[in-house]
Design a protein around this ligand. Sequence first.
Ligand code: ARG
Length: 223
Amino acid sequence: GTNAEFAPFEYINDDGECDGFDIGLIKAILSEAGYDCEVVNMEFKSLIGSLTTGGIDVTIAGMTITDERKQSVDFSTPYYTATQCIIVPIGSDITSLDDLNGRKVAVQEGTTGDLIVTPSDTNEIITDKNTVVKQFKKASDATVELLNGGVDAVVIDSSPAKKIVAANESKLTCFNDTSEEEYAIACRKGSDLAAKINELMDGMKADGSLQALADKYSLTLAE
Ligand code: ARG
C-alpha cells in the first residue's frame, strides 16, 4: 500500500503506474523474498487501517516512524532521514515554524506535517487556536492552494518540498525548522515480514543497490 502523491518516493508516472524510490525498494525486497508484489494506491491516512485489517500486507509511503504509529504497526529499520519543510511565497514574512501561529497552513491529511501545525493540547509550538489548517488528500492540491493565496504556507517533508519549489522557483521558497524524522516500511504487528525486510534491506545497503536506487530517483540518502 502506498499513496502516490509524494515524489520522488512515490508518484504516478507517465504510463499511469506507481513509480518512485519506495516502489523500487519494496519491489526489490519482496521479489528477493520470493513474493509477488501488487502496489495499491490509496489515501495516506487510510494506509495504517488497511494494514491492520489485512487489505494490504506492507506500507511504504515515505512514512515517518512515530510513537503513535508504532502502537498499530511494526516498522522496519529506517531507510531515509527527513525534516519537515515550510513552503512559502518568495518574500513571505514567515521565517520559522512559530510564525505559523494564527496563519493559514495547508498540509497533506494525516501526515507528520499535519500533526506539527494542527493546534492541540500537546502541540507546544502552534498554540494559537486561530491557526487554520487546511488538510488536502494530495500535496499537489495543497500547493495549488498556496499558489492561489488560499493559505500562507504548506508544511510537507523536505524531499517533496524541494521538488515543489523547483517546479515553482519564481514564486515559492522553503526552509526547514523541525527535528529529523525517519522513514521506514510498516508491516502488520507481529508479522514475520518486518525481520525479513530488515535483513534484505541491510543487504541492499551493504551491496550498494539502495544507493543505486536513490541515484535513479535523484534522491540524496543522507541529507
Ligand atoms: N513522512 C510523512 C508522514 O509519515 C509524510 C508522508 C506522506 N507520504 C505519502 N506517500 N503521501 O506522515
